[in-house]
Write a new protein. Structure first.
Length: 228
């Protein structure tokens, strides 16, 4: 039976084998759009099962239990001359994930027509991102979080220069990270910490004074695997 160390060893080997060269699809919004539409699931397609999860580095899928709660996040790619990814820092007063770096998003409400609609709604509520200035390109594999959510990541292009309005109860700040940096295998690390008496491994991306980890880094890892 595979152990968590076996999963970590395989993940490290996979990271080491990835190309370090910047491909052409990272050089412009047009090239990126064409590449994503060719590589990712089209909007409305059924999600593959099982997808990636917080358990991938820790012994495999979780034990059967309650069905996960549907959720969605938006991965906004800002169409600058150097493409960048818009991320948020959660407020320190939140009951869960306080102070962590995340994509805008949340659970799918009954009134949401689709995961894409939920991701756009949440991005507008959290940071004031105008849905009219967002072009959805496709969806990544559904990500299973350790907190019981099945998250649909929605990849989209958005225009620069927007005046964003942050929800004071949810978001402290927004910032951008170069897309080429996030897609480079060398930026992805595997870290660990003791949680509830056991060592837990997770993907992490140090970026200056910021530390991207957990679900957000796991989704970025899936984005690397699907696009690079």
């Amino acid at each position: 039976m595979a152990t968590s160390r076996d999963y970590v060893r395989h993940a490290i080997m996979t990271l080491s084998s990835c190309s370090r060269d910047n491909p052409l699809w990272l050089t412009s919004a047009e090239a990126f759009s064409a590449h994503v539409r060719a590589k990712l699931s089209p909007v409305g397609a059924s999600a593959p099962a099982p997808g990636p999860s917080d358990y991938d580095l820790n012994g495999g899928p979780p034990a059967p239990g309650s069905p996960p709660i549907p959720a969605a996040v938006l991965i906004p790619i800002v169409a600058r001359s150097e493409l960048s990814v818009l991320l948020t820092k959660r407020t320190a007063t939140l009951a869960r994930h306080a102070g962590q770096i995340a994509f805008p998003g949340g659970r799918i409400d009954d009134g949401d027509a689709s995961p894409v609609a939920a991701a756009l709604r949440e991005a507008h509520e959290e940071i004031g991102l105008d849905p009219a200035r967002v072009s959805v390109l496709g969806t990544l594999d559904t990500y299973r979080s350790g907190t019981g959510y099945a998250i649909t990541p929605v990849v989209a292009l958005t225009t620069p220069g927007q005046s964003l309005t942050l929800h004071p109860g949810e978001v402290d700040e927004v910032f951008e990270v170069p897309l080429a940096f996030l897609m480079a295998a060398a930026t992805m690390k595997i870290h660990s910490r003791i949680w509830q008496g056991s060592e837990r491994h997770y993907y992490a991306i140090p970026f200056g004074e910021r530390y991207i980890w957990g679900v957000t880094a796991g989704i970025i890892r899936n984005m690397q695997l699907r696009l690079v």
